[in-house]
Unconditional design. Structure first.
Length: 227
């Protein structure tokens, strides 16, 4: 089969799948399922000490888009601050991430950090032996980035958990916390440049560059005679 014919076949398959709202290569059962109603992208929790005169606020939020394609990344931000009185030092802040996520990176107060990762408990925890000050207007910002599984089913909603550990209080945990992202269908570019090799249909085997296939997909989607 000539390179030109192979390229046109690949483009035609891709274009047909895009028009149908499906995928070029298998992404697992459920591809094309409508996304579920999204839940909150930001949640605030306030925990009080036994006497009720000291309060600590935790804000968990999604940074950026809460609709993510399979194989994409999502970033969360947790901010811990004083809600009332003079709170104790903060010793740790953590995520409880859902199955299907893989930890990528983390920052504390905009500085890259290496947290403790427990893949069995699915936790990513940043800790400070000295403690972080959260009184007097000080805050602790904890950002974490995860990769979503390549075979995640569009329409799946992932709800993450979070915790904070103030000195003397012990861990205060919400798992899940109600901050969600939804897996969306990949767009045309994401689909065509996906896992062709996993399906026995490799552009490299055909001698075709992915960019060439994308160009032909666009051409096939346009009406004949379009500028």
């Amino acid at each position: 089969m000539s390179r030109t014919v192979s390229r046109r076949i690949a483009a035609s398959v891709a274009a047909a799948a895009v028009v149908a709202g499906g995928t070029v290569f298998s992404l697992g059962a459920g591809a094309g399922v409508a996304a579920a109603e999204p839940c909150a992208t930001q949640v605030t929790k306030v925990q009080y000490g036994a006497a009720g005169i000291v309060g600590i606020r935790l804000v968990k939020e999604v940074v950026g888009d809460a609709d993510v394609a399979p194989g994409g990344t999502v970033t969360y931000k947790t901010t811990v601050s004083s809600a009332e009185g003079v709170p104790p030092l903060l010793r740790a802040v953590a995520d409880y991430y859902p199955a299907g996520f893989t930890f990528v990176s983390a920052k504390v107060n905009n500085v890259n950090t290496t947290p403790a990762v427990d893949t069995n408990a699915r936790t990513v925890k940043a800790q400070s032996s000295a403690g972080w000050l959260i009184s007097g207007g000080n805050t602790v910002s904890y950002e974490t980035t995860y990769k979503i599984a390549d075979n995640a089913t569009p329409g799946t909603v992932y709800d993450i958990g979070a915790s904070m550990t103030p000195d003397l209080w012990g861990e205060q945990k919400w798992n899940p916390i109600g901050v969600c992202v939804t897996v969306r269908n990949p767009n045309a570019g994401e689909t065509v440049t996906g896992s062709a090799d996993d399906n026995g249909f490799s552009s490299s085997d055909l001698g075709i560059a992915p960019s060439d296939i994308i160009s032909d997909v666009i051409a096939d989607l346009l009406p004949t005679g379009s500028a």
